[in-house]
Design a protein around this ligand. Structure first.
Ligand SMILES: C[S@@+](CC[C@H](N)C(=O)[O-])C[C@H]1O[C@@H](n2cnc3c(N)ncnc32)[C@H](O)[C@@H]1O
Length: 266
C-alpha cells in the first residue's frame, strides 16, 4: 500500500516508492494539485521531453532533475535505461517523481515502468494527468462526445509497428458516431486517412490537427479526412500534435470559444 502521496519515498511496509506523475498536456495550470505537491517535495524529478518549460520551472531550484527526453528517432535514454535509472534512484529511499506528459497510463509507458519497478520490489503510485485528447479538445472547443453526434471516443496511436505497418482495426474505427483521437499520428496521416476511407468513413469527415495544445503556441487546423495528408504537409505541423477525427470537430465553430492562452499567462 502506498503512503497516499504524502511525498514520502517509502510505502507503509517500507518498500521504496516511485510516483509516476502525469504533467498534463503543457499548460502548467493544468497540473493537478497532487502533481504539484509531489514535484515540490521530490528529491529527484525524472522527466520526458513532452514536459514543458513552464512545468519544469515549478521544480524547486535545489531539486535534482534528470531529462530522459524521448523524441522521434532520438532517445536521450532508451527505455530499459530509464527503468534501471528509476530503480537505482528509488532503492535508497529517495523521493522520486517520474514526470510524464499527459497521463502516465495513456501511451506513456507508465504500465511498463510500474511493472519493471515492481520486479525490483519498488512500489509505484500513479498520479493521473490530463491526457492530450482531453486537453486539446478543451483548448480547441471540440467536445469529444456530443449527444446525437458522437456517442463514443477512441484513443489510438498512429505510431508504426516495427514492420512499418499501422496496427489498427479499420472496420471498427470507421464509425461515424465515434470520435477518433490519434496520438503520434501526424507522420502517418496519409495511411490513416486512407485506411479509414477504405473502411467506409466519409471522406468529408471533419478533422482537426491540434499542435502544441494548451500552450501559448497552440495551433488548431481544420480540414477534412480526404485532404488530411496534404493539409498536414501544407500546414507544416510540428510535434507534439494530435488528430481529432469526427463530426464533433465541426461543432467547435458553433460555440463562442475563447482563445486558449495556455502557458502565456503562467
Ligand atoms: C508518447 S505520446 C504521450 C501521450 C501522453 N501520455 C498523454 O496522455 O497525453 C505523445 C503524443 O501525445 C500527443 N500530445 C501530447 N501532448 C500534446 C499537446 N500538448 N498537443 C498536441 N498533442 C500532444 C501527440 O500526439 C504526441 O505525439
Amino acid at each position: 500500500m502506498s503512503n497516499g502521496g504524502l511525498g514520502g519515498s517509502m510505502t507503509n511496509d517500507m518498500r521504496p516508492l516511485v510516483h509516476l506523475v502525469g504533467a498534463g498536456p503543457g499548460d502548467p495550470d493544468l497540473l493537478t494539485v497532487k502533481a504539484l505537491r509531489l514535484i515540490q517535495s521530490a528529491d529527484v524529478v525524472v522527466y520526458d521531453r513532452l514536459v514543458g518549460e513552464g512545468i519544469l520551472d515549478l521544480i524547486p531550484a535545489g531539486t535534482a532533475r534528470i531529462s530522459v527526453g524521448k523524441e522521434k528517432g532520438r532517445h536521450l535514454l532508451p527505455q530499459d535505461q530509464i527503468n534501471d535509472l528509476l530503480v537505482s534512484l528509488a532503492r535508497p529511499g529517495r523521493r522520486v517523481v517520474r514526470l510524464k506528459g499527459g497521463d502516465p497510463y495513456i501511451f506513456g509507458r507508465g504500465g511498463e515502468e510500474a511493472m519493471y519497478l515492481a520486479a525490483y520490489g519498488i512500489a509505484t503510485e500513479v498520479v493521473p494527468g490530463i491526457t492530450a485528447a482531453a486537453g486539446c479538445a478543451a483548448a480547441s472547443g471540440i467536445p469529444l462526445t456530443h449527444r446525437e453526434v458522437a456517442r463514443s471516443v477512441r484513443l489510438v496511436t498512429g505510431h508504426l509497428r516495427d514492420d512499418q505497418s499501422l496496427d489498427l482495426d479499420w472496420q471498427s474505427l470507421a464509425d461515424p458516431a465515434c470520435t477518433l483521437v490519434v496520438y503520434m499520428g501526424v507522420g502517418t496521416a496519409g495511411p490513416l486517412a486512407e485506411g479509414l476511407i477504405a473502411a467506409g468513413l466519409d471522406p468529408a469527415t471533419p478533422v482537426a490537427v491540434v499542435e502544441k495544445g494548451t500552450t501559448a503556441s497552440q495551433r488548431v487546423l481544420r480540414g477534412v479526412l480526404a485532404e488530411l495528408e496534404a493539409d498536414v504537409a501544407r500546414w507544416r505541423v510540428e510535434p507534439p500534435a494530435l488528430l481529432i477525427i469526427g463530426k464533433v470537430v465541426a461543432l467547435a465553430a458553433e460555440q463562442e470559444v475563447a482563445e486558449w492562452v495556455g502557458a502565456a499567462e503562467a
